[in-house]
Design a protein around this ligand. Structure first.
Ligand code: DLL
Length: 428
């Protein structure tokens, strides 16, 4: 553990710490951010009404539209003289979301990423091949700061230029690498294409995140790169990478949320009602300690569930893998669909590789989905039996009839370094 005192803090003490931090946060927000003063006044809540973390559920949500309405700096709680860095995430539509950090915020960022890296298997003295993009995206600089804090040597490769990535992975001998899962797929395939045996690499751990992924991709990447791959989750609005992290020895049991800084809730996507542990809904975060850009009950739109794992090393709550973003969910003939559900079905067939794309079209008033998926090497992609097997499995598990097109290996677009969109929406 990077910070045993906090990561293994007994739950009672964690709650007391969260309560103390929430009370201070609400006081700061009411005093320093006009948007929050109005929000709280409108809800009939005064700072003194909030006495513990249990009162959080009475407070209003903050949504992405609130950030847009206050673009670029209207939600900042500190004067620019105290801000030391600005990041932004490019929205799919309109203006980016702008976030700021004081020096203290940057220190917290380093701390949670250092914790995450250690949880992923990294240790001081190791080298990190950092293939997250450097720039306005929080991935590159975020991982960089945390790795430095942990005592690693950072190789700031950034995303893209795949040929160079392969050379550096071979010659610089990093023990840890980080990038998006889709780019890890690309790197693994490129090594294979060149006949390079990845058992000769020094890399042992891959820290993958920034987009949804399932066990299908974990298997491909772990085998292809000869690594242990874990999930790192985060978003710019909350801090960047390092909001939660999966432990390399507890794979598949969810990712620890560093809840001394980021308090998570899962709520019903229509009513906003808090849901019990284990139930799936929208993930909502309150930043308990951030100074420049603190947020109350921020509606991430990411779909997952929370649970406490009694067999775990740490006391913090775990979140399940993200199924997708609520705004990326397809509604096909009344059935809700995330692309990760199709990915899970693909995983069940040895003749398929997790390189796929969903194509959504509208025929009259009906939406249709076509799955384009590559077969594994040496498999006949024109074999209709395989197609039928996949179609039926999807129909039985997801409840939707989909067109299937099996493709030859290498024919579906790959990640060139960053996040990869696996849905092509042709509905116009
Ligand atoms: O993607 C921060 C990050 C960088 C996380 C590097 C992990 C590693 P944004 O660009 O603001 O920030 O995008 C945040 O990406 O709301 C999720 O929808 C998605 N996302 C991030 N991590 C995961 C993950 C960074 N591990 C948005 N699994 C979030 C699934 C993820 N989705």
């Amino acid at each position: 553990m990077y910070n045993k005192q906090i990561e293994a803090l007994p739950l009672e003490k964690l709650r007391a710490l969260q309560s103390e931090r929430l009370v201070a946060l609400v006081t700061r927000l009411y005093r320093d951010v006009p948007f929050y003063k109005k929000q709280l006044d409108d809800a009939g809540i005064q700072p003194g009404d909030v006495k513990s973390i249990a009162d959080l559920q009475r407070l209003p949500f903050t949504r992405k539209t609130d950030l847009r309405d206050n673009y670029p700096y209207g939600m900042f709680a500190k004067p620019m003289e105290e801000v030391r860095r600005i990041h932004a995430s490019s929205g799919t539509t309109g203006k980016p979301t702008v976030v700021g950090y004081t020096q203290n915020d940057l220190d917290i960022f380093d701390e949670v990423v250092a914790r995450s890296l250690m949880c992923a298997g990294a240790r001081p003295g190791m080298k990190l091949h950092n293939a997250y993009g450097y720039g306005l995206f929080t991935g590159g600089l975020g991982m960089h700061g945390g790795a430095t804090k942990l005592g690693m040597a950072v190789i700031p490769v950034s995303g893209g230029m795949t040929e160079r990535q392969l050379t550096i992975l071979q010659d610089f001998k990093p023990e840890v690498m980080c990038c998006t899962p889709s780019y890890a797929q690309t790197l693994s395939e490129e090594f294979a294409k060149r006949g390079i045996d990845t058992r000769d690499l020094a890399v042992q751990y891959a820290v993958l995140g920034a987009e949804p992924w399932t066990e299908a991709i974990r298997e491909q990447v772990e085998a292809g790169l000869n690594v242990t791959a874990t999930n790192i989750y985060g978003l710019s609005e909350i801090i960047g990478p390092g909001v939660s992290q999966e432990d390399f020895e507890e794979k598949g049991t969810g990712s620890y949320v560093w809840e001394d800084h980021f308090f998570p809730e899962v709520v019903h996507r229509d009513t906003g009602e808090p849901l019990p542990y284990g139930e799936e809904g929208v993930l909502v975060f309150t930043t308990l300690t951030k100074e420049a850009f603190p947020l109350l009950r921020y509606w991430t739109n990411d779909i997952c569930s929370l649970h406490y794992d009694k067999n775990a090393k740490r006391t913090h709550v775990k979140m399940s893998a993200i199924k997708g973003r609520a705004d990326d969910m397809l509604i096909i003939r009344g059935v809700n669909l995330f692309h990760t559900q199709v990915e899970e079905v693909i995983h069940e067939f040895d003749f398929l590789s997790p390189n796929y794309k969903l194509i959504v079209e509208r025929e009259g008033t009906m939406d249709t989905v076509k799955v384009e998926v590559e077969t594994t090497k040496g498999v006949d992609y024109q074999n209709n039996t395989f197609k039928t097997q996949l179609r039926e499995k999807i129909k039985n598990t997801i409840g939707l009839s989909m067109d299937i097109e099996l493709k030859s290996p290498g024919s579906i677009p790959r990640s060139q370094g960053g996040k990869l969109s696996r849905i092509e929406d042709r509905r116009g």
